[in-house]
Structures are given as C-alpha cells and as structure tokens.
Design a protein around this ligand. Structure first.
Ligand code: SF4
Length: 76
C-alpha cells in the first residue's frame, strides 16, 4: 500500500512538472513538436510517436529527459 501511494505521488509530480514546463504539453495531450539537428542544421518536425497522444511522461519520455529536465536544471 505504501509503495503504491509513493508511486502515485511520484507519477503525479512528474506529470505536474511536464504540465508546467514541457512546451509540448497541451491539455494533457502531446503536441509532438521536436527539434532535431540534421547535418548541423536545426530542423523542426512533428513526431508521430508523440503527437496527439496523451502525455506519457510517467512511462518514460526522451524529450522530457533530454530537453525539459536539463532546461530546468540550468534555470536553478
Ligand atoms: S509525452 Fe513528453 S514531450 Fe509529450 S507532453 Fe509529455 S512530457 Fe512533453
């Protein structure tokens, strides 16, 4: 029971971080807007693995881990 409560709180917290700081978070859904560097050029695309899906940050999101969290760490 205790681990369930902790797990639930962690999931809630990580989702709240995504809600407040991820540029792709829109009413619980993911916009899927990604920037990729291809041949030294910054390229914008909509990633179909993300776009239009319910935010799945609790299950692991590369964008969240590689873009959102480092951005927050730089702010603090
Ligand atoms: S799935 Fe990832 S990129 Fe999409 S809204 Fe959630 S945290 Fe952001």
């Amino acid at each position: 029971m205790f681990s369930f409560v902790v797990n639930l709180r962690m999931k809630t917290t990580i989702r709240q971080i995504a809600r407040h700081h991820c540029a792709n978070f829109n009413l619980g859904m993911c916009l899927g807007a990604m920037f990729k560097r291809i041949d030294k050029k910054l390229t914008y695309c909509i990633d179909s693995k993300y776009a239009g899906k319910s935010c799945f940050v609790e299950k692991g999101c590369v964008y969240f881990e590689q873009i959102v969290i480092p951005g927050l760490e730089r702010e603090n």
